[in-house]
Design a protein around this ligand. Structure first.
Ligand SMILES: Cc1cc2nc3c(=O)[nH]c(=O)nc-3n(C[C@H](O)[C@H](O)[C@H](O)COP(=O)(O)OP(=O)(O)OC[C@H]3O[C@@H](n4cnc5c(N)ncnc54)[C@H](O)[C@@H]3O)c2cc1C
Ligand code: SF4
Ligand code: SF4
Length: 428
């Protein structure tokens, strides 16, 4: 089915994480009309999946709530969820954009009452918790999801389970006839804020991810520490549910490596330093962390945070690139093997749990963006071609912390507004 978006929006923002939301809001608050396109059912991106933010260790919900309040108060933003851009043609000031929008099977009448979820028994892996647990196939992506609207998973469409959801809904919000839609729209400028994804840890074969249950990634560890996560915020081992009081962090897991990602992911040192505080918070003085690192990259104002962690007697630093991870097959403990480069001692250290400080790569490799854009060797957006109205923002341009992602998004919004203003000026 093909539908045409009637309005002539000034700006299109692709990706509804903190960067895309920031760019959209900055432009909208300058009076521009904006279409914000997000491929998942909710805004928030990967920051919504963090337990706490460095350096202040506050909860990401505060930042998200502020942005959602700004969004609700602004009529200039039109939001399309479950949608992806498939083509961009045209030139600065006059782009034609094609999008595909997947069916949610729930319309805007939804009051988020949850009756459909209670009626459906089928389960799916929970994407919000990186598949560490499962949820019902009629679900709200997470408590702060925006829009606050349920989703029916496509796996139950055409089954009696979908009919149960429909029958349970008192306001006729379940629409099982929804189909994928193709939308076309016009935009003066496009901001690409599609963010990052964790490197596939199973490809780092010597570290045993996927083979040993007690090897997890840093993004999974965020969910394990979160009270809304799969373990209710208790740091428990996936193998046996035992408390993981002795945790190893392997830095540069997939980054700075010719066989994987060549770049430094820039955030993972800070992420592990932060995550040692989760171990402390859970187990007090019994909580022990060991960071295996090549060098620690804690730039600018993060230096103080690093100094604080260095002073913590519960955190040990081992300067070494871990060679292999093995498993004690009886206890399921993990054993890290390598050489400590500060004394050239061989080690085989046993831990309850091993966290891979996984590298960050662009969600959409810039080379595959359906528009003219210049990519660097890692697939991040490097620059826009001369005279272009296409701009990168946030982690689509590099591995950035939230603060820098927000700065990058604000700059992109300003450049996009300049393009649109120029066109408006020429037409006047
Ligand atoms: C383990 C770990 C811990 C971290 N902890 C912190 C921390 O404590 N403090 C801090 O400042 N930073 C932290 N970060 C970094 C932080 O996650 C990023 O700075 C932040 O996610 C950047 O936001 P973004 O909007 O650029 O990207 P994302 O959060 O990735 O958002 C991108 C959005 O775009 C959407 N999208 C993707 N592709 C498409 C498409 N084709 N079409 C439409 N939409 C699309 C996605 O669904 C997503 O909603 C951490 C990173 C890691 C790896
Ligand atoms: S779809 Fe209907 S039953 Fe399900 S949460 Fe929304 S209003 Fe409630
Ligand atoms: S930020 Fe630290 S852990 Fe991450 S790639 Fe760079 S040096 Fe390695």
């Amino acid at each position: 089915m093909t539908a045409s978006v009637a309005a002539n929006p000034a700006l299109l923002v692709v990706g509804g994480g903190v960067s895309g939301m920031t760019a959209a809001l900055e432009a909208a608050e300058c009076g521009r009309s904006v279409i914000l396109v997000e491929r998942s059912p909710t805004l928030g991106g990967r920051t919504a999946q963090l337990y706490r933010y460095f350096p202040k260790l506050c909860h990401p919900t505060c930042g998200l709530e502020i942005n959602l309040r700004r969004l609700r108060a602004n009529r200039n933003v039109r939001l399309l969820t479950m949608a992806e851009v498939t083509a961009v043609t045209g030139r600065a000031g006059d782009y034609q954009v094609t999008l595909k929008q997947r069916p949610r099977y729930v319309n805007e009448r939804c009051t988020a009452c949850g009756d459909c979820a209670r009626a459906v028994q089928a389960r799916i892996r929970n994407p919000f918790n990186y598949g560490l647990d499962d949820i019902g196939a009629a679900y709200l992506p997470h408590a702060m999801a925006y829009p606050q609207r349920y989703v029916i998973d496509p796996s139950i469409i055409g089954t009696p389970e979908a009919l149960k959801a429909k029958e349970a809904c008192k306001v006729d919000a379940v629409d099982l006839e929804m189909r994928e839609q193709t939308l076309t729209l016009h935009a003066g400028a496009v901001i690409w804020a599609t963010g990052w994804k964790p490197y596939d840890a199973a490809r780092i074969q010597p570290y045993g991810y996927g083979r040993f249950p007690n090897v997890v990634t840093s993004v999974e560890f965020e969910r394990l520490a979160d009270p809304h996560g799969p373990t209710g915020g208790k740091i428990l081992r996936p193998s046996d549910g035992k408390e993981a009081k002795n945790v190893a962090f392997i830095q540069c897991a997939g980054s700075r490596d010719e066989n994987h990602l060549r770049h430094c992911s820039r955030i993972c040192c800070m992420a592990s330093l932060k995550q040692t505080s989760y171990v402390r918070e859970s187990f007090g003085t019994e909580g022990k962390s060991t960071i295996y690192y090549i060098d620690i990259r804690a730039i600018d104002r993060f230096e103080d945070f690093y100094a604080k962690v260095l002073a913590d007697p519960g955190v040990k630093f081992v300067k070494s690139k871990v060679a292999t991870v093995t498993e004690d097959f009886k206890t399921k403990d993990v054993i890290l093997n390598g050489v400590d480069t500060e004394g050239y001692h061989r080690y085989a250290n046993t831990h309850d749990l091993c966290v891979l400080a996984i590298g960050m790569e662009p969600t959409v490799n810039a080379a595959n963006i359906p528009a003219e854009i210049i990519a660097d060797s890692s697939g991040f957006i490097e620059a826009s071609p001369e005279g272009s109205g296409l701009f990168g923002a946030g982690c689509a341009t590099n591995a950035l912390d939230v603060n820098r992602a927000v700065q990058s998004a604000t700059a992109a919004a300003l450049r996009a507004i300049q393009v649109v203003n120029k066109v408006a000026g020429a037409e006047a």
